[in-house]
Write a protein that binds this ligand. Structure first.
Ligand code: HEC
Length: 105
């Protein structure tokens, strides 16, 4: 009885865990961030893992990066600036994508 409960609970945790990850990743693709950002390799922009590594342990990263994606700019990874996110990208989407990027290792 107890075991069945635990198995059920871990299935729920697993499912909600992957739904969360898919959210950030799906939004990254939907909003065309993936044209310039790739998981492991630098393309036009830095890799998502490089971004996560740079801000690991930085408590202000979430707010800072949401603002940066919204208004664009350069100087963090090199001189190539990121264009500001188009108005069609919602603040909520940016929030979800940034918090997902910051969980990557
Ligand atoms: C046209 C190419 C391009 C697109 C599209 C793009 N980026 Fe970027 N992104 C860049 C470049 C170039 C940088 C490096 C900027 C720098 O060095 O400060 C960057 C940097 C970043 C950073 C790190 C910023 C910092 O200051 O360290 C985040 C987070 C990010 N992008 C998220 C996104 C998200 C989310 C989207 C989609 C809404 C997106 N990017 C779309 C090119 C792009």
């Amino acid at each position: 009885m107890k075991l069945r409960y635990l198995v059920g609970l871990s299935a729920v945790l697993l499912l909600s865990g992957s739904a969360w990850a898919d959210d950030g990743e799906a939004l990254l693709k939907k909003n065309n961030c993936s044209t310039c950002h790739n998981m492991n390799n630098k393309t036009v922009g830095p890799s998502l893992k490089a971004i996560a590594a740079k801000y690991s342990g930085d408590a202000t990263a979430q707010a800072k990066l949401e603002a940066k994606v919204r208004s664009g700019g350069g100087g963090s990874f090199g001189s190539m600036p990121m264009p500001k996110a188009p108005a069609t990208v919602s603040d909520a989407d940016i929030k979800t994508i940034v918090s997902w990027i910051l969980t990557l290792k």
